[in-house]
Design a protein around this ligand. Structure first.
Ligand SMILES: [Cu+2]
Length: 148
């Protein structure tokens, strides 16, 4: 038995290495770590609220600090507001920048927006210096509001 155990280890080394070498290299960009207990949330409006445009949205963040885009200080990030986004953008790429994915790269913690009448969903996701979600992602619940 004493002579077999080292041999088994050698087999793993010999046959294990080529398998790993054939795995495709990950295309993902480096992710910035976030504390496990970090949380972002809507201070207002409340989930299910009815509002009239324009209205103010206030962003809450617990367990991390807000910093402008480009700042690489640990445990900081800036807010992104996803409006009527059904499929979350990839966690390993910069968050898109369009009417449905709004960046608050100056470190803003509130915004005033106008939306057409009807039901809309809102969700917050924190992004790092390069607008990439943290690891693990710091995302709010998705809330639904009605604009009169
Ligand atoms: Cu951003």
């Amino acid at each position: 038995m004493l002579k077999i155990a080292p041999f088994c280890g050698l087999l793993l080394l010999v046959f294990g290495a080529p398998v790993h070498a054939q795995e495709p290299a990950p295309a993902a960009l480096p992710r910035t770590a976030a504390p496990e207990n970090a949380l972002t949330y809507f201070l207002s409006p409340a989930d299910g609220a009815t509002v009239t445009s324009p209205f103010t949205i206030r962003f809450g963040l617990r367990g991390m600090g807000v910093a402008p885009a480009g700042v690489t200080t640990a445990n900081t990030g800036h807010h992104h507001l996803l409006i009527d986004v059904e499929t979350l953008p990839p966690d390993n790429l910069p968050i898109p920048n369009d009417a449905n994915h709004r960046h608050f790269g100056l470190g803003q913690t509130e915004t005033e927006i106008t939306l057409p009448p009807g039901q809309h969903t809102l969700q917050l996701v924190l992004g790092d210096a390069l607008h990439i979600p943290h690891q693990p992602p710091v995302r709010s619940e998705k809330i639904t509001i009605t604009v009169q």
